[in-house]
Ligand binder design. Structure first.
Ligand code: ADP
Ligand code: MG
Length: 864
């Protein structure tokens, strides 16, 4: 709570200012005059002082005085411009008094209000207590000055009405309040003028602050001027009624109007703001608003003449005492205060108790003393003037009555907290949304990366395949040009001794290139796998599997390539060797020679005898005999006779012989192969355990021609629909596949023919429905070799294999193995590149009619 001594910052105070400080009292001034006793600020700004202000007002002569005092001069002379009053002692001498304001008989009610009361009203609105009081002899105009309602003449409105007008104009109807009580003190009793039944109101004093109040008085909350006017009228009516009832006059009682103003200050005072400047950005929001409580007391005192004249004018002693008591107590208090006496007898009367704050307290007090002009009342007038002079010496300690409005601060803080809670909730929600959005974004990026990775992998795979196809094409072209150079029969067309070596070197170079290409591809795949950090574990596993498969394919292709190169090398060395010397077709020549002699032998000794020679102890004899039989078997006409004569059995016996002679075996196998052209003979061979005999011989044989014969015999058996199962169970297929170790094209072409025959029969049986399940070729592990040789440089091998693949591919049961084994690529190649239209379209049909192939092709994005 701010407190100020002698400080009121109101410019309007100037209207009640002291005369200039350089104005000295004239020599005729009494020592008791204000000139020496009124305390003034040395700086001259005494309008800031909390001193009691006193104005003197002279009533105009009334009708009676106009007549009665016609011959007498007025006892007072006013000098308003000097704020002086001269009181005539006699016709030649007068006393001069200085007041805060000197108001002549012509002073308007408005001016009186502005000079006497307005500064006090403004202070009250600012949160100070304020008092406006009229003191004077009865009939001098106290009530006129304070209490005129101005019903008939609005310019006659007194201080009460005008003060209320100012107050109501300056308060806020929403946040401020104005509460009125109206009392009368008569014979030391406080009566409620707003409720006459309440006729003995007690004064209560706050033990802590010493503030006095009359809590039992009627308090009326006034909202507008009309309500106030009604209250004043009501109070006046009650005053008249009460006084009539008590057989007294209003001049014998003190009327007290109390106005309690409570104002809420929204903007903090500049001083307070400055103090808290460091916290202005946060502090102001939570600074409680200030409530200012001002109290305006307007006192219309009883006539002052009673002090002197009571008793002498026939009033009851008690009444006179009472009136005297309050007024004389007031006079004593003012005297004590004026003289800075340590004891002020405030408690002596009800009036002084009620006005405790107005004189020597914290209130701003303005006193108007009223006087009449009549010389007949000179002594009364003089006594009134003296009262005013003393009052001017009373210094108050003005104190603002304000307190912090913690209740409304609490409400504001609660609202603030609610706002923050709501804001926090909003931000929390926004944060969660953001997290969710980021997660979705991250997920999308991961799947994009995975998709990109898969695409890159696929592209790389395709590239590898294309490179591989390209290399194969080059090798094939090379082979074709070699074929062209050396002729299909292997005979040299010219001098090419050094050319073969050169070709070998070239082929080695190509192989080297292939190997490095493959290495690059592997590195690329490795890099792709490492550059896939976002892949999920499952994704990585799938990718690893894919890569593994890709690597397997690559490995197979590499092996195949190596085999092809080896094959080419061996072919070339053979060609080189053959071209280096004239081709000595010993076998052919010998055969031709033999054939003549054999025909002779046959004619000479007969078939039976020849067959018996096959079992001769002499291997030489056996050799010749078998040659004869083989030659006979080469001709269709002899075959039936040979079989009937037990020749087939004898030939098979030769294969069973423990003393393995490869030449005999080769020739026997050739004969068997010839006999195996016939379906009946095929079955006979099988019945006699021929499959396993041929298979066993294949294991022991080393000469490619021996193997060619055995493979040819088995290949013939493979073309028989009835022998499929036995060929598998007795090791025929495995024997065929085992013979590819020779790598001799003649052997390989027989193996390929056998496989093609087998696949064809098997396919036929599957189509008829007599057979179910996976191909026995696949079961016996033929697929890798098939795939490796599907694009064989030897066209005869290639054709057989292409057909075998098409047969296998026609049955859905084989397709998955084929896809896994890499056969799909070969089928695609066949469907695109095969020079034979029928095989090409068969491959195409096969591909488009299989679900497995179609979905795999879609996955690999291969158009066919
Ligand atoms: P008080 O209350 O002091 O006894 P009043 O206010 O009743 O005196 O005044 C007595 C009479 O004098 C009233 O008729 C009043 O109208 C008249 N009167 C008082 N002062 C003035 C004034 N300044 N101008 C004109 N008439 C006045
Ligand atoms: Mg009066």
């Amino acid at each position: 709570m701010a407190s100020y001594r002698n400080v009121i910052r109101k410019s309007s105070d100037r209207t009640c200012s002291q005369p200039p400080s350089n104005l000295k009292p004239s020599s005729s001034f009494k020592s008791k005059s204000t000139s020496s006793n009124v305390r003034r600020s040395s700086s001259g700004d005494d309008h800031l002082s909390g001193r009691v202000r006193v104005a003197v007002r002279l009533r105009p002569q009334n009708a009676e005085e106009l007549v009665a005092d016609a011959d007498f001069a007025d006892c007072v002379e006013l000098q308003p411009e000097l704020k002086r009053l001269k009181l005539r002692k006699n016709s030649w001498d007068s006393d001069t008094y200085e007041f805060d304001e000197v108001l002549t008989e012509f002073a308007s009610q408005k001016r009186v209000y502005e000079v006497v009361a307005k500064p006090v009203v403004e202070s009250v609105l600012d949160g100070y207590n304020g008092t406006v009081m009229a003191y004077g002899q009865t009939g001098t105009g106290k009530t006129f000055t304070l209490g005129r309602l101005g019903d008939e003449d609005t310019s006659a409105r007194g201080i009460m009405v005008r003060a209320m007008e100012d107050i109501l104009a300056n308060i806020s109807q929403d946040s401020d309040s104005v509460i009125i009580s109206y009392l009368q003190i008569y014979m030391e009793t406080i009566q409620d003028l707003l409720n006459p039944e309440n006729d003995n109101i007690a004064i209560v004093e706050d033990p802590k602050t010493g503030d006095v109040s009359v809590p039992s008085a009627t308090m009326v909350d006034v909202r507008n001027h009309k309500e106030f006017m009604e209250l004043l009228r009501l109070g006046e009516a009650h005053r008249v009624a009460t006084n009539t009832k008590l057989n007294t006059e209003s001049s014998r009682s003190h009327a007290i109007l109390m106005v309690h103003i409570k104002r809420s200050v929204t903007e903090p005072e500049s001083e307070i703001s400055a103090e808290n400047d460091h916290s202005s950005h946060t502090g102001n929001t939570f600074k409680p608003s200030i409530i200012r409580k001002g109290k305006l007391v307007v006192v219309d005192l009883a006539g002052s003449e009673r002090i002197h004249k009571s008793g002498s004018e026939g009033h009851t002693l008690e009444e006179a005492k009472s009136i005297n008591l309050s007024l004389s107590a007031l006079g004593k208090c003012i005297n004590a205060l004026a003289e800075n006496s340590p004891h002020v007898p405030v408690r002596d009367s009800k009036l002084t108790r009620l006005l405790k704050d107005s004189f020597g307290g914290t209130a701003r007090t303005s006193l108007v003393i009223t006087i009449g002009p009549s010389p007949r009342h000179r002594s009364e007038t003089a006594s009134t003037i003296l009262f005013g002079q003393r009052a001017m010496k009373v210094e108050n300690m003005l104190k603002i009555k304000e307190e912090f409005d913690y209740r409304s601060l609490c409400r504001r803080l609660e609202i603030q907290i609610d706002k923050l809670i709501a804001e926090n909730e909003r931000q929390q929600k926004a944060f969660e949304d953001e997290v969710e959005r980021t997660a979705i974004e991250a997920h999308k990026r991961v799947s994009d990366a995975e998709m990109n990775y898969a695409d890159a992998l696929e592209r790389e795979k395709m590239k590898c395949q294309m490179d591989y196809m390209e290399s194969i094409k080059k090798l094939e072209e090379k082979w074709m040009s070699n074929q062209h150079k050396y002729g299909n029969n292997g005979f040299s067309n010219g001098n090419h001794g050094g050319k073969g070596d050169q070709d070998v070197i070239e082929l080695q170079n190509i192989l080297q290139k292939e190997i490095s290409l493959r290495k690059e591809a592997e590195e690329e795949i490795y890099n792709l796998r490492n550059s896939q950090p976002l892949s999920t574990e499952a994704g990585v596993n799938a990718d690893v599997l894919k890569l593994k498969r890709l690597l397997d394919d690559e490995t197979r292709q590499k092996q195949k390539l190596e085999q092809e190169v080896q094959l080419l090398q061996s072919r070339l060395s053979q060609l080189t060797f053959e071209s280096g010397q004239p081709r000595h077709s010993q076998y052919e020549d010998q055969s031709n020679g033999d054939r003549t002699s054999i025909a002779n032998i046959h004619e000479q000794v007969g078939l039976q005898k020849i067959l018996s020679l096959l079992e001769s102890e002499d291997s030489n004899v056996r050799l010749h005999a078998v040659k004869v039989v083989a030659n006979l078997a080469a001709e269709d006409a002899n075959q039936e006779r040979i079989v009937e004569a037990g020749g087939l059995t004898s030939l098979l016996e030769l294969l069973r012989s423990r003393n393995f002679d490869e030449t005999i075996c080769r020739i026997a196998a050739g004969a068997i192969a010839n006999l195996a052209m016939n379906e009946t003979n095929q079955e006979l061979i099988v019945v006699q355990g021929g499959i396993s005999l041929l298979a066993m011989t294949a294991v022991d044989a080393e000469d490619p021609q021996t193997l060619r014969m055995i493979a040819g015999a088995i290949a013939n058996l493979c073309g028989n629909d009835k022998l499929q199962t036995r060929l598998q169970s007795e090791g025929g297929i495995k024997a065929l596949l085992g013979m590819v170790r020779s790598r001799h094209p003649d052997v390989l072409s027989q193996v390929a023919r056998g496989i093609a025959n087998f696949a064809k029969c098997e396919s036929r049986a599957s189509s008829k429905g007599t057979r179910k399940g996976r191909s026995m070729l696949i079961e016996d592990g033929a697929l890798p070799w098939i795939v490796q040789n599907a694009n064989s440089e030897a066209s005869i091998i290639r054709r057989h294999i292409e057909l075998a693949l098409c047969h296998l591919a026609q049955h859905e049961v084989n397709t998955r193995d084929m896809v896994n084994g890499g056969a799909l690529w070969e089928l695609v190649r066949i469907s695109r590149d095969c020079s034979r239209d029928d095989i090409r379209s068969l491959a195409h049909r096969t591909l488009t009619s299989s679900k497995t192939f179609l979905s795999e092709l879609r996955r690999l994005r291969i158009e066919i």
